[in-house]
Design a protein around this ligand. Structure first.
Ligand code: ATP
Ligand code: MG
Length: 331
């Protein structure tokens, strides 16, 4: 079976629609045809300012949401990154293989360092893509299901893996990126030029765990475009196009079909119906997440089992890497 790895950061109390459509939906589907490793990447969640108690809670809530969305621990390995110290062991070696110049070209750092400036941002925010490369390469991953914003990081991962393999012999599988055709880049409802993100100001972000009334309000207030026709036109109608894309991805109806459906009707109708489609999708996910959080002992048991399985694979990769790179074996 092909190996699949992907991760999600516990940087908020809830995932958002883009996380689901761009990545998590594929996580669930790929379990059928691949051996999957899915990770709550808490080490990545401290690259920007964080609150320790919130982080702990968010990690648990993240794991609960993944199970609620259909990640099945009987088939896939679900774990928390900090439980598998091999991620950090490999990351250091890869930091010494990755080049400062290539890391400097990562646009996510440029975006995320805007608030604090490059000088005021953590070194971890800068080296984040190298830790991500370690996450992926540890598991000899064939495919990485992610949203479109991670394309550049995957390219870096492939470059670092190839460079390492050329220098030290075949060690890592060079992974390919798996980006869905629809929903790979869900845009913020208030700022349709920006992707929806769970750690940005929440007004334009639809969280899975939001009260459906709150989501409906956010959708009602979504920025739309001039004109009144409900048609997809990414260049001239980014707001409406985004709403149609979300509707289509969740309802399974094609965009032309939806354009037809809304012909002669206005943006208000689209928003009203989209709110209903979103509510229908999130309601069972919210209920199941809450149920799982009511029994954290069971959740922790699942994560402990996942970490144990992940460590078996990760430790073998680190042992191989340490051997090849010349570290003295402990006596
Ligand atoms: P943060 O603001 O903390 O970076 P995020 O919402 O970007 O949060 P991540 O944990 O960074 O979420 O990413 C998890 C997965 O969701 C990744 O595969 C990423 O590509 C995907 N993803 C994130 N935002 C979107 C989006 N707007 N559309 C499609 N996919 C997305
Ligand atoms: Mg992100």
């Amino acid at each position: 079976l092909p190996r699949v790895f992907s991760g999600i950061q516990p940087t908020a109390g809830s995932f958002q629609l883009g996380n689901y459509l761009g990545a998590l939906r594929q996580w669930v589907a790929l379990q059928e045809t691949a051996e999957a490793f899915y990770c709550v990447v808490d080490l990545h969640a401290i690259t920007m300012d964080w609150d320790p108690e919130e982080l702990r809670q968010n990690s648990l809530t993240s794991a609960a949401q993944l199970l609620a969305l259909g990640v099945d621990p009987a088939r896939s390995t679900l774990f928390v990154q900090s439980h598998v110290p091999e991620h950090l062991q490999l990351s250091w070696v890869l930091e010494c293989v990755a080049r400062f110049g290539e890391a400097s070209r990562m646009t996510q750092f440029k975006d995320k360092s805007q608030r604090e400036g490059a000088d005021g941002s953590s070194v971890g925010l800068f080296t984040y893509p190298v830790l991500m490369a370690a996450d992926i390469l540890l598991y000899q991953t064939d495919q990485v299901p992610v949203g479109d914003d991670q394309r550049q990081h995957l390219e870096l991962t492939r470059d670092v893996a190839t460079r390492f393999n050329n220098r030290f012999g075949p060690t890592f599988t060079v992974p390919s990126v798996f980006i869905p055709e629809a929903g790979a880049r869900v845009m913020d409802l208030q700022t349709p030029e920006k992707k929806m993100s769970k750690s940005l100001p929440p007004a334009g972000c639809v969280f899975l765990l939001d009260d459906p009334k709150v989501s409906a309000k956010k959708i009602r207030s979504a920025v739309t475009d001039t004109g009144r026709e409900v048609v997809a036109d990414a260049a001239n109608k980014p707001g409406v196009t985004n709403l149609l894309t979300i509707h289509s991805a969740l309802s399974g109806r094609s965009i032309p079909e939806l354009e037809q459906h809304f012909a002669g009707r206005g943006y208000g109708d689209l928003k009203k119906e989209l709110a209903e489609v979103v509510t229908e999708f999130v309601s069972p996910v919210r209920a199941r997440t809450q149920e799982l959080l009511d029994d954290p002992a069971e959740l922790e048991r699942v994560l402990a089992g996942g970490a144990e399985r992940a460590r078996e694979v990760a430790a073998a990769t680190v042992a191989d890497v340490y051997e090849r790179t010349g570290f003295l074996a402990p006596g």
